[in-house]
Design a protein around this ligand. Structure first.
Ligand SMILES: Cc1ncc(COP(=O)(O)O)c(C=O)c1O
Length: 463
């Protein structure tokens, strides 16, 4: 009989034991308690690395808008700057300077009035930037109302029902009534006239989205602004606009430069974007810029002096990583406008190519084509809805590694189930063709199983 050889402790000398032969990989690890003993770094690394292999493959994640690939030099720079805390501006003045440069670059990209009076900051992402924009609106509205001796207990914000969840959060966390304009069949974002009609004395501002998270379409910011101009003529209400350009802030300036959506419209007081979406930086970095210092009430700015120096800050967090800001500047320098344009154009071409291919399969109806953001959504055509659902298809694609989200549209269209695809830099034409092949394969298998289940049903009925 085979005799088991029990190793003695000296055989577990970490410096000579191959990683997978370590005793720690032969036993369950503590999961919800801090372990009593330490592990060697190799073993700790391997344990965690192995476990996270179970996550989805980021390269096949067509759900996220967030960057899933950066070039090696950017990764090197980011990993060399992990220790920099962005709030330590006195200690890391060059990182602070780089943040300032990025704010200026974005202000110019978004056509801020000349003279350099725009101000802004980096954030953890667009959610934090949107909170800051909403707070600036609320404070400005309140100060004005107080100066007129009017009530300040019922602020509201006008936005489309398609707005991203960060706006629900803003309204709930800061006690503002959200006035959502419902969607309609064929209109999947904000309607200018309905938006203007929803405004009143208590409206702190209006949010326009470039572009919508649900289908990638751009809200008509220019037309919204014109509808608000008319409202001012008719009712003397002067409603400011914030543009949530989480994705579009890095798309429109490069490939749709004529589109009027930014500071060229005087009603646009602030704009946010996610550096970690089409800014092409790993999470989490976002940006917000205000047209003019008057648009950011000074009561919201804190001055911090205990780190040395007197530093103004307007952010929800205190400490946060500085390397996202550094990586953003790397992208600006490395890519230039030309580089950004080339990449976004590629994403665009791939999105339009893929949406056409998907349409030609004969199963789906497109809600958007990827012509604004390189993002599109589609639903099952009416005559296909009885055999299987998009949720079934989503699950089948997941079994091949593809992550394609399926969800219902917002208010008024909750019965519309859609699938959405976000094209990012690292999604090549070849990958698009591979995805189409997977979709065809899975549609076939869903058709066969739905036919079989219909036959089963038919037979059991006759028995
Ligand atoms: C329009 C819009 N606003 C805000 C956000 C939130 O952005 P972040 O994930 O950077 O916080 C998103 C995210 O998808 C978005 O699409």
């Amino acid at each position: 009989m085979h005799k088991q050889i029990i190793p003695n402790d000296s055989e577990y000398d970490d410096s000579v034991t191959p990683t997978y032969a370590s005793r720690f990989l032969n036993q369950p690890i503590d999961k919800y308690d801090i372990p009593i003993d330490s592990l060697s770094p190799d073993v700790a690394y391997q344990l965690i690395k192995d476990e996270i292999q179970l996550d989805g493959n980021a390269h096949m994640n067509l759900a996220t808008f967030v960057t899933t690939w950066m070039e090696p030099q950017a990764v090197k720079l980011m990993s060399e700057t992990f220790e920099k805390n962005l709030i330590d501006k006195d200690e890391y003045p060059q990182t602070a300077e780089i943040e300032k440069r990025c704010v200026n670059i974005l202000a110019k990209l978004w056509n801020a009035p000349s003279g350099g009076s725009a101000i802004g900051t980096s954030t953890v992402g667009s959610s934090e930037a949107c909170m800051l924009a909403g707070l600036a609106f609320k404070w400005r509205w309140r100060l004005k109302r107080q100066s007129e001796g009017k009530a300040v207990d019922k602020p509201n914000l006008v936005l489309g029902a398609n707005a991203q969840i960060c706006w629900d959060k803003f309204c709930r966390y800061w006690d503002v009534e959200p006035r959502y304009i419902p969607l309609e069949e064929g209109r999947y974002h904000l309607d200018p006239l309905l938006a203007a009609q929803a405004c009143d004395d208590n409206t702190i501002g209006l949010v326009g989205i470039l572009g919508s998270t649900l289908d990638g379409s751009y809200e008509p910011i220019k037309e919204i602004s014109q509808a608000l101009d008319q409202l001012q003529v008719d009712k003397s209400l002067d409603i400011p606009i914030h543009v949530d350009a989480a994705s579009g802030g890095f798309v429109a300036p490069f490939i749709q430069p004529e589109l009027l959506w930014d500071f060229r419209l005087i009603r646009v007081k602030s704009i946010n974007t996610s550096g970690h979406k089409y800014g092409m930086v790993y999470p989490g970095v976002g940006w917000i810029v205000w047209r003019h210092p008057d648009d950011l009430p000074k009561e919201l700015i804190f001055n911090v002096n205990y780190l040395g120096g007197n530093m103004p800050t307007f952010a929800l967090n205190f400490s946060r990583p500085g390397n996202g800001v550094i990586a953003q500047y790397y992208n600006f320098l490395r890519l230039g406008s030309r580089g950004y344009r080339r990449i976004i154009n590629h994403c665009h071409d791939t999105a339009v190519y893929l949406s056409n291919k998907i349409e030609s399969l004969g199963y789906f109806e497109l809600l958007s084509r990827g012509e604004e953001l390189p993002v599109f959504a589609f639903r099952l055509s009416k005559d296909r809805q009885n055999s299987f659902s998009l949720y079934d298809l989503g699950e089948k694609l997941r079994s091949e590694g593809w992550q394609v989200p399926v969800y219902t549209m917002a208010n008024n269209l909750q019965n519309t189930v859609v699938m959405r695809i976000v094209i990012k830099e690292n999604f090549s034409r070849d990958m698009a063709d591979l995805l189409i092949e997977s979709i065809k394969r899975q549609l076939n298998s869903l058709q066969i199983s739905s036919k079989n289940s219909r036959q089963d049903h038919h037979q059991s009925f006759h028995h």
